[in-house]
Write a protein that binds this ligand. Structure first.
Ligand SMILES: [Zn+2]
Ligand SMILES: [Zn+2]
Length: 342
């Protein structure tokens, strides 16, 4: 089968012909219909410090997809050939203290599809049935593919009360843009999108941002105070990972606010804990993955009901063979979600 393979410890990837994976008793084989490029894949592609310490080439990477089951292991009960599925990308152990208490998303032994195991930038992918999510039959394949990152947005935004609150989304990559749509759907009174990239701010506007602020042109902290009667925002969703933006986030949040961090800053970030967290009584949350499978249910229903329309965010489709075009756009930030079609 065709697959985009992280072929060596260095920049880039290669289209190769590799064996179709064989399945274990508790796994299914899926024919991939659509797969999308994630920021994580860009880290692996560009071979940054994180990926140098994490991944072991050669292997096919990629983790966001939708597809059809074509083979089912002996022990699989709830899925059949022909089922239209996507998948939770965290492979969890089921036996650590977190898993034992239902907190699978923070399993101590998490492995990630396409990072630690063979991924879905390929014609077929083999996965444990316990990770699958059945899609509504009429959900478009590109929309179904981006449910996993949308789950990150949903998990971040909905980790506290939203209705009637003012929300700042810092960092409008695809997940930040989806977070805008989710905050809007959840009843936020204002959704303020902040980024340095006008193209992506425009996409945030299409998903329902009430104000877009380019932090390289306008002082974002002052702008947010002006928009909130001098109070600051109730909720900050940090999706940028940039130390300056994070500091600005703590400056623009109101006393008693919620600061939810999904981003992965590449280095430790200095914080003014005394003034910006303790005296302000701010709640800081780390957000990882998606709650299994509560978040998937929320994502599926938000999409099916039309409460969040992600179509404007899906800006490019390429055949799998043209993966380089997709990665170039992602690296330049001149796209929303990029879909590859095997
Ligand atoms: Zn992803
Ligand atoms: Zn576990």
């Amino acid at each position: 089968m065709k697959a985009v393979v992280k072929h060596k410890r260095g920049y880039g990837a290669e289209l190769q012909l590799i064996d179709i994976p064989s399945i274990k008793e508790d796994e299914v084989l899926i024919k991939v219909k659509a797969t999308s490029i994630c920021g994580t894949d860009v880290h692996i592609y560009t071979w940054d410090e994180w990926s140098q310490n994490r991944v072991n080439p050669p292997y096919a990477f990629g983790h966001e997809f939708s597809g059809e089951i074509v083979e089912v292991g002996n022990k699989v009960q709830d899925f059949q050939i022909g089922d239209y599925v996507s998948a939770e990308t965290h492979l969890v152990c089921g036996i650590c203290p977190q898993c034992m208490t239902g907190q699978y998303h923070i399993c101590k032994n998490t492995k990630i599809i396409g990072v630690d195991t063979q991924g879905c930038f390929a014609e077929y992918v083999a996965l444990p049935a316990s990770n699958l999510w059945k899609n509504p039959v009429d959900m478009p394949i590109d929309v179904a593919s981006i449910q996993e990152p949308m789950g990150n947005a949903v998990h971040t935004v909905l980790s506290g009360e939203v209705v009637g609150k003012t929300v700042a989304i810092i960092g409008c990559g695809p997940i930040g843009i989806m977070a805008v749509g989710v905050a809007k759907a959840a009843g936020a009174s204002q959704v303020i999108a902040l980024d340095l990239n006008d193209y992506r701010l425009e996409l945030a506007g299409k998903l329902g941002a009430t104000v877009m602020i380019n932090s390289s042109k306008t002082d974002p902290v002052r702008a947010v105070y002006d928009l909130t009667d001098g109070n600051g925002v109730d909720i900050v969703c940090e999706m940028s990972g940039h130390p300056i933006a994070i500091d600005q986030g703590f400056k623009m949040i109101t006393n008693g606010g919620r600061f939810s961090i999904l981003s992965l800053p590449s280095k430790p970030v200095p914080l003014n804990i005394t003034d910006d967290i303790v005296f302000k009584g701010v709640t800081v949350q780390g957000i990882t993955g998606r709650q299994m499978f509560k978040t998937w249910q929320q994502v599926s229903r938000l999409l099916e009901s039309g409460q969040v329309d992600v179509k404007p965010l899906i800006t490019h489709h390429f055949p799998l063979e043209e993966y380089e075009k997709g990665f170039d756009l992602m690296i330049k930030g001149e796209c929303g979600k990029v879909i590859l079609l095997p």
